[in-house]
Ligand binder design. Sequence first.
Ligand code: ADP
Ligand code: MG
Length: 589
Amino acid sequence: MTKIFNDPAEFAEEALAGFCDVHSDLVRQVSGGAVRRYRPAQPKVAVLAGGGSGHYPAFSGLIGTGLADGAVVGNIFTSPSAQQAYSVAKAAESGAGVVFTYGNYAGDVMNFGMASERLAAEGIAVENVLVTDDIASAPPSETEKRRGIAGDFTVFKVLGAAAERGDSLAEVVRLGRKANRRTRTIGSAFAGCTFPGAEAPLFSLPDGQMGLGLGIHGEPGLHDTGLPSAKELGQELVGRLLAETPESAGERIAVILNGLGATKHEELFVLWGTVAPLLRAEGYTLVMPEVGELVTSLDMAGVSLTVTWLDEELEPLWVAPAETPAYRRGNAARETGGAAVEGTSDGGASAADFDATEASRGYAATCVAAIEAARTALHEAEERLGRMDAIAGDGDHGRGMVRGVDAASAAASAALEQGAGAGDVLAAAGDAWADKAGGTSGVLWGAGLRAWGESLGNAEVPGPRELAAGVAAFANRIVQLGKAETGDKTMVDALLPFTAAFSRLVAEGTGQAAAWEEAAQAAAGAAQATAALLPLKGRARPLAEKSLGTPDPGATSLAMIFAVIGPHVTGAAVPPGPSVREPVGAQQQ
Ligand code: ADP
Ligand code: MG
């Protein structure tokens, strides 16, 4: 929905004026659109992109060295007039001819065609390069009927780079048409866009639906399907594009994963995580791929995938530098002289040499089983914990705990397999928990588990007193880091009653299994009692009043975990077999 406008009818013009003001170092507003601020030193072919507004950064955002010489700017989703095209061409032309380039739409074809006739009559050499990349818009036997969508960008880039290096008009046009013949795009829409001032989007999709084969003027997809996962979407887009691989295609491709305006970059990166490996698996080398917004459709939610099959002529033009308001491609980063670093790095240590007694390794297996029990319980409680956190917090407690315990469980199992003792297993679990969980509770659980592991060591199987010391180390670390006090309405409100009860019972000579069980009940009661408290720490504090009547999520999850790990850590449970990990998440789907 567009919120910032004056008269909706003036929107495109006002936007262009603002754009030209902010980028006045690179562009200059002229009648009908905008052109580069600086005239070329030598005559060069003027590449003029155009079409309606509503597609930023297409088309005015692409004016600059290595790309367009000017943009002809129509109203929203409306072809510019022949007069506009003519006057922009007159402003940009420097004696080597003009090429108009645009997506294949009837209005554009007519208006740019008429402007071309007028320019030609004045003796200016002029050509038109139409973009027809959208494979959903006509069958392969009628490619000339296809409309232009995000493939505009690769075609413009090739034209712009060829003109910049001084190619003749005929050569620029030949290369541009070749790029177009080797470019394919397929898109999908999730939600329609809304014109400034309009009350409803141009189309809408039922919840959970996606339109495959979108257009960039708010045209919905050509057919609707259920909303797939990112992975399925990536497979669908790649599959459809590769089915149209041009003849004589090589192994090097330019790729654009384009957002339509309301689809976040993060979503595009998630999708890229499927798209890129699929293309590489087909033997392709991805040359300077682009993921972002290059050709949008107002605030439409959707994506498109474009592939241009490069060859030895097109690749240098695709990778050539460009500097425009919305798009910069340089070689500064590569020219700094340092060597490129290969591979990814998480800064983590490699498998440590673990030093542990057999007894401690045995107890380590029990710890792994305890974490596994916590994992099962947290997966079951994920949604409930999230709802509790959403009342006054941000709703992520269930998700955070699940991420944390999943990572902890995997790390603990891996450490055990490498021969770690119990202390190292808990420390590894804690580090992984803190790394993956995020959130306040993640840091605290992670650091607490590591402290517990350090207290435990890798030699002895803990008796009641060592167990009490381990739990105390866990609690102290959490209090030291989080600085919460009893009554602040945090997990500490369940944790401290647990440690107090367990130490007391153990000191009184109660068996550790029974002591644990009784202490866990105290923690559960204390967690429940936090319902009456106002949060004084953490994210729930600003909305404290709202949280009255609901127990603290962190205290609730802590009490729950302590209840289920008891039989394991106290040795009351039967020791587990070698393979205890079940895909718990799968049961939740
Ligand atoms: P975030 O608050 O970062 O979204 P979570 O939602 O995972 O993290 O965890 C929230 C829980 O963290 C709260 O319910 C509370 O129990 C606990 N918590 C928040 N701040 C503190 C603190 N300073 N000390 C101890 N526990 C805290
Ligand atoms: Mg939270």
